[in-house]
Design a protein around this ligand. Structure first.
Ligand code: THU
Length: 129
């Protein structure tokens, strides 16, 4: 069942995707992360001419949330062409704050149905210190 929060997160991820700075790959990604207190934090990928300095949408959203004092999350929505899963680096960053997290994958082109995956499934054996 789709909850109200999920609907709002998906809309937020799709909307913020329009702000992605994807000048080199042309692959725009939008992320919307719900904190336990109900706040929603968004992020986009921001690319760089040196390529390696690029930051993904998921990490942008996590870092915005942490800067606002939020470290506990309930749901992530990710919007991209095709509805891709988070990259390995973003999985590890999300796992820093969540033992598990439901993630809604949204195809911004509207061809694929929304999918729900779990962070713990995507990243078994995360590194912890
Ligand atoms: N990207 C994300 O924003 N999130 C991911 O999980 C995978 C990749 C971005 C990085 C880069 O700007 C573009 O997508 C192509 O890799």
């Amino acid at each position: 069942m789709t909850t109200d929060l999920e609907t709002r997160l998906v809309e937020a991820a799709l909307a913020v995707r329009g702000q992605a700075y994807a000048r080199y790959s042309r692959f725009a990604v939008g992320a919307a992360l719900a904190a336990v207190d109900g706040q929603i934090f968004t992020g986009v990928n921001v690319e760089n001419a040196s390529y390696g300095l690029t930051i993904c949408a998921e990490r942008s959203a996590v870092f915005a949330a942490v800067a606002a004092g939020c470290r506990k999350f309930t749901l992530l929505a990710l919007a991209s062409d095709g509805g891709v899963t988070p990259c390995g680096a973003c999985r590890q960053v999300l796992a820093e704050f969540c033992d598990d997290l439901p993630i809604v994958l949204v195809d911004a082109l509207g061809h694929q149905p929304q999918q729900r995956v779990q962070l713990a499934q995507l990243l078994p054996g995360r590194f912890s210190f």
